[in-house]
Design a protein around this ligand. Sequence first.
Ligand code: UD1
Length: 420
Amino acid sequence: MEQYVIKGGNPLNGEVEIGGAKNAALAILAAAIMTDETVTIENLPNVRDINVLLQAIAEIGAMVDRIDAHTVKINGSFIKDVTVDNEFIRRIRASYYLIGALLGKYKKAEVALPGGCDIGSRPIDLHIKGFRAMGADVDIAHGLVIAEAEKLNGTHIYLDKVSVGATINIMMAASMAEGKTVIENAAKEPHVVDVANFLNSMGANIRGAGTDVIRIVGVEKLHKTEYSVIPDQIEAGTFMFAAAAAGGDVLVKDVIPKHLEATTAKLVEAGCKVEEFDDAVRIISDGKLHHTQVTTLPYPGFPTDLQSPLLAVLTTVPGISRIRENIFENRFKICSELTKMGAHIEVRGSEVKICGSRLKGCRLRAEELRGGAALVIAALAADGESVIEGVPFIRRGYEDICRDLRYLQAEIYMEDILSV
Ligand code: UD1
C-alpha cells in the first residue's frame, strides 16, 4: 500500500511544470477512435484514468501505440467490438465519452455505466437525453449503457443543467450525425473548447465552443490529425494553492493564465501576490493569508475541482471563511479528515463555515482525487508529520505530485508499506 509521508511547515520555492489536462485528454482519446486514420495526441498526462481509458480502447481492437509517456498514436480502423467493459473502466467517469464516440461513428455503443470519484449522485440523464434527441434508443441493462440508432439526426438540445460531460458527449456524437445540432446552455470550460478544436482538426464542423450555444454540422467522415492537449488548469491550481498555504515563491509553468483567472482572483483576495506571464504564473505567499468566501460555479466561475484544495488552504487562515458548493452535493467529505488535524469546520448542506487555525500533522486517508490533493496541501501547511493513505485516488489525476513537490523543496516522499 502506497502512502505519502509529509513533514509540514516548509515554504515551497522553485518551478513546477504542468502537464496536459486530464479531463480534456480523456475526451480527446475517446474522440480519436472516430476516424479510421491514425491520430497522434501529444501532451497526454501520464495518470491512471488515462491509462485505464487507453487500455479499454485497445481492448475493443483499436491500435494504441504509446510512443512515450506523453504521446500516443491511435487508429480506430481496427475496432471490432462496440462493447466496452472491464473492472477498471467501471471505476472511471470518462468512460461515458466512448458512448458518444462509438454511437457517432458506428451508431451503436455498449459501455459500462460510469464510475468516478464519489462526490455526489452524478447522473448521466442529460447525455442520454441528447442521444435520444438525435434519434438513438438508449437503455441501461446489466450495468451497461446501450445506445443504438439507425441514423443520428441533427437536433436542438437544451441542457437543463450546465454539464461538461453532456456537452462534450453530445458534441462528439453530433459531429457524425446528419444535419445540424444546436446545444443550448452548453458548458464553456476550456476542455470543451479543446475537444471541439481537436474534432475540428479531424474535419468536424463545430462552432461556438466556449460560449453557451454550440452549433455542430455533422460530417460523414473524420480524418487524421496531430494534436497537443491544453495544460491542466486543475493541476496548476493545486500547486498555486499549495504555495499559498505553505508560503514561498513558486513559478507554475506551461499554463494558460486566462484559464486560471478565478483561482488567481481568489489568491489575490487572500493576500498572495500573483504575477502572470505568457505561459506561466508566479505565486508569492508569506503564508499570512486573509479569510475569504467562494462559490463554485461552471466556468468561468470558480471550479468545483479546486474547491477542496481551497478549503484546505482556508482551514489554516485566521478568521471565518465560507465556501458554497454548487455543482456536487457530496464534496465536503474531506472535512472529517481536516478536523483530525485540528481544523474547525462546520458543514451545513452545501455550505461550510471555516474558522482558521494552525493544523497539526496526523494520519489521513484520501477517498477521492481532489480531496486527496487537498489533504496533501493541508499536510504541507501543518506542523509536524502527516501520513496520507489512499494514494491511488490522487494518482488518478496527478502524474507524480510527490516528485513535483520535492522539486519545490517540500519534505515529502512516497512509502510502499509492503516494502518497509
Ligand atoms: C466533469 C469532470 C469533473 C468536474 C466536473 C465539473 C471529467 C471526467 N470529470 O465531471 O472532474 O468536477 O466535470 O467541472 O471530465 N449532471 C446531471 N445530469 C447529467 C450530467 C450532469 O444532472 O447527465 C449534473 C451533475 O450531477 C453536476 C452538474 O450537472 O451537478 C455538472 O456535472 P458535469 O459537468 O457533467 O460533471 P462530470 O462530467 O461528471
